[in-house]
Design a protein around this ligand. Sequence first.
Ligand SMILES: C[S@@+](CC[C@H](N)C(=O)[O-])C[C@H]1O[C@@H](n2cnc3c(N)ncnc32)[C@H](O)[C@@H]1O
Length: 383
Amino acid sequence: MAQKPKKKSASAKRIVAVRPEPKQFSVADLVRELNSFNVDNYWDLGRFLVDKVMPVARKQGMFEDQVLKMVSSHPGIKFPFSMLKQCQQYYSYYPDAKKRPLPEVFYFDLATKVDESKRRDHYEKMAVDYHWTISDLRKKIHDDDVARRIDERTKYGFDLRDRNVWTFETPDPRFGKPNYKGRIPGQIIANVLYYYSKPGDYIVDPFAGSGTVGDIIDTLPHFQDRKYKLYDTNPIDERVARNNILLTGIPEQSNSVDYIFLDPPTEFTQRDTSTDFEVSVDAAKADFALKFKGMIRECGRILKSGGRVSIVIESAFAISEFIDFPYEITQLFKELGFKQIGKVYLPRRSGELMTRGTQGISEMRGIRMLSSDCRELLTFQKQ
Ligand SMILES: C[S@@+](CC[C@H](N)C(=O)[O-])C[C@H]1O[C@@H](n2cnc3c(N)ncnc32)[C@H](O)[C@@H]1O
């Protein structure tokens, strides 16, 4: 992006003055017209789009973005969609940019980087009062955005994520029991409940372990209107009911649950490769399918229609063959009438990697095996 839009030359002024008003769209004509603008003539380009092109587009029943996309995907156009959009935005917000006290580039940045008009006015006043350079303005907008994102992330009482890779170096000590084997960092569950459950939901955790799901709902005001039920073969406290999902399923009524969180033990997928020489990969897969099909059927039975289930799972070597368990489980869910609605990557924390040990390159029957350091959190919806 150019630092300072150049002053319009006399010849550019003449070109703008004689530009014909499009009556209806020929994309090729429009592209020719647009290409005659200088690449840094943002304001004039914006004015042409807003005053001349958009009224015709609206008459033809087209949306503004639709026109910009159509034009920008035409061969030979020299402006990408994002640039056309920025010029349109610039002129819409500042049709009087040339009469305002700051250089035009300030208004271009304000129009394209700041959504609320009050904030734009505030920055303009500060820039005038304190004689800001364009770098001062950009730094201030950037710093304020970072501060707002941090505020947003912590306003619910936990570290809210907005991307699909969730790593939390230290498990939040408020949730779960510190030395419980397989305890998941509470921040993962807080995020999962934020994205996949809703106020008033009835939530079930059949592998409750150290009670992390219960702790989140009991502790964080944001989730206080969710109700929950926890199960495990080894209940850790009175909130957890004893149950073996493989023997008795999930003891809940049919069509009664809104959301299920499944964090099965690693033994459900990973086998001791040293003792499994005689078991075929097919047998390992069949064993996996048997266990998980039963579990998924149970989820389908107890979930209300539209209810959701998330599962934490990772790929592994069974015997000497790689099995993509996240893929296999996705297939099973789909076979049993679920639709996938989410996928998040959960890389292991460096602390966890240390305890898992560095085993060097493992090799079995001539196959080099890469161990997994990243779990996946898959979410499905009952149709
Ligand atoms: C990975 S841990 C869950 C950890 C839990 N999410 C937490 O944050 O503490 C798996 C749990 O499943 C339980 N479990 C193992 N087999 C089970 C079964 N057949 N039915 C129910 N729970 C089982 C284990 O006792 C263990 O607590």
